[in-house]
Design a protein around this ligand. Structure first.
Ligand SMILES: NC(=O)c1ccc[n+]([C@@H]2O[C@H](COP(=O)([O-])OP(=O)(O)OC[C@H]3O[C@@H](n4cnc5c(N)ncnc54)[C@H](OP(=O)(O)O)[C@@H]3O)[C@@H](O)[C@H]2O)c1
Length: 468
């Protein structure tokens, strides 16, 4: 499937893991994270139109960040990775580079078996000897350590044992970079618990280049810049060029350069995953695994949590300004109003969905946007009195995409999407109309989407939907 390394690893993994059902991420008894926000249980629902509620997954619960802690990682003594070195680096960045395997394509079996050090390396992961089940150590660099980055780190701690036991994946974070709050690096594995509970990362001097990090996977969770996708786009380019798989919650790079990144990932036999870019709607996994051979013809959706929350409040008579303030207090609205109310965020989502699922070449600025104004808020209140709902509706067809307020009646599958919930309707040629919904997603669900991508990448998942 386009990832030669993955083929090799998959075969080995399955030898050891033939007894385990794929994708069964059950709740682990591992230590709870010290980060992430306290939240109610949230249900992730995968529902077929006409039969909502099918396929509920166990609720996920998070915790509020703990207090400040001054302890920083001293590294994990004795942690050892198998290493495969490149004879020449295209950009001459040998210094500081540690053991990323096979950056330039499919490795030979000889290279796999006779890598420097103990013969454990693979596609960005390393087999460790001993124990009842062979493991893959996957080294992760995280760019951005805000809400999502910290929630992801917390989830890694929470699920560490389950990932090892159920998926044979030993996830180790070796670097974390931020813009103004320092950075951290330990090639043997950072002490995440200490870092999560500290607002600042320990190192303050100039940040290392992504290409020199000792990581197999880059997790991009830096600030969204919706109009250009930068600098996250360059982070992804650098990571792929230097042999890392990439997993992004950041919509920017995917919305602006999906085709380029996909081509780069394919050329380098790396994985490009971005399920978390749609917060908690696992639409690409659905398309990849549940819709082989089917064609997505059209999409409709309510994909901006903040916009939907504001319109839901407006329907109850709350003013636009007050509803927006409340959305900000909940942490679901961007600081820039245009992101949610003017539809820029939904436009980025439209570009991603259209380019990935419909194979189009849609630019963010091509999406026709109609803003949510105080007039629209009053219309929402009036519609509610008639038993209808105004929603910021995203519509994608092969001819283009629109984002703007639309009045829905109660028989519309998207009518039920209330508050900060999100939903997407896919119309297909042979699989009917499917509705994917998530009830009031929080940052923990975005973190989970990153984790699911990580497990799939570590287990040999491949690039996204198209081009295979
Ligand atoms: N929040 C959600 O539920 C959600 C859902 C889906 C997708 N996302 C996406 O996930 C990403 C992160 O969201 P968030 O809520 O965690 O944002 P956030 O809390 O604002 O955190 C952003 C982090 O990125 C860092 N950063 C910014 N520019 C950087 C750069 N050039 N290099 C390295 N680090 C940089 C920031 O560092 P400083 O603090 O030092 O500036 C901060 O640590 C965004 O792209 C967002 O759109 C979020």
């Amino acid at each position: 499937a386009g990832d030669g390394d993955a083929d090799l690893v998959d075969t080995r993994l399955l030898e050891h893991r033939a007894d385990h059902p794929l994708g069964d991420l059950r709740r682990a008894s591992a230590p709870r994270p010290r980060s992430a926000h306290r939240t109610r249980a949230h249900h992730r629902a995968l529902a077929v139109a006409g039969a909502p509620g099918l396929g509920h997954v166990a609720p996920v619960r998070g915790r509020r960040a703990g207090g400040r802690c001054d302890r920083f990682s001293a590294g994990r003594a004795g942690h050892d990775f198998g290493r495969v070195r490149r004879s020449a680096h295209p950009r001459g960045e040998h210094h500081g580079r540690a053991g990323r395997a096979f950056p330039d394509g499919r490795p030979s079996t000889h290279r796999l078996r006779h890598a420097a050090g103990p013969a454990r390396s693979r596609i960005g992961a390393h087999r460790l000897a001993g124990g009842p089940r062979s493991r893959l150590t996957t080294r992760i660099a995280i760019v951005g350590f805000g809400n999502v980055g910290r929630a992801f780190a917390g989830l890694l701690l929470q699920k560490r044992e389950a990932l090892r036991r159920e998926h044979g994946v030993d996830a180790v974070v070796t670097a974390i970079l931020t813009r103004h709050h320092g950075w951290a690096r330990d090639d043997g594995g950072l002490d995440l618990e200490a870092l999560i509970s500290s607002p600042e990362l320990p190192l303050r001097d100039s940040r290392p280049l992504i290409a020199v990090l000792a990581a197999d996977v880059l997790v991009e969770v830096s600030t969204l810049e919706v109009r250009t996708g930068q600098p996250a786009l360059d982070h992804l380019r650098d990571a792929l060029r230097s042999g890392m798989h990439v997993i992004s919650a950041n919509q920017g790079p995917i919305a602006h350069a999906y085709r380029e990144l996909e081509a780069l990932a394919t050329e380098r036999s790396r994985a490009l995953r971005f399920e978390a870019a749609l917060a908690a709607l696992p639409v690409f996994t659905l398309a990849r695994y549940a819709l082989p051979g089917a064609k997505v013809l059209r999409l409709r959706g309510v994909v901006d949590s903040a916009a939907n929350y504001v319109l839901s409040e407006a329907a109850r008579g709350v003013s636009l300004a007050r509803a927006l303030t409340a959305a900000r207090r909940l942490g679901i609205a961007a600081s820039d109003t245009s992101h949610d109310l003017d539809g820029w965020g939904a436009a980025a989502t439209a570009a991603i969905l259209s380019n990935v699922l419909l194979g189009s070449d849609l630019r963010v600025e091509d999406v026709r946007r109609t803003p949510i104004t105080s007039v629209v808020a009053k219309q929402a209140a009036a519609a509610a009195r008639r038993g209808k709902r105004v929603r910021q509706l995203l519509t994608i067809t092969p001819d283009g995409a629109t984002v703007g307020p639309a009045t829905l009646s109660s028989d519309d599958p998207l009518f039920a999407v209330e508050g900060s919930s999100m939903a997407l309707e896919l119309e297909t040629d042979v699989a009917g109309r499917l509705v994917l919904a998530v009830h009031e997603p929080r940052v923990e669900q975005t973190a989970f989407a990153l984790l699911a991508d990580l497990v799939n990448v570590a287990r040999g998942g491949t690039t996204n939907i198209r081009s295979r």
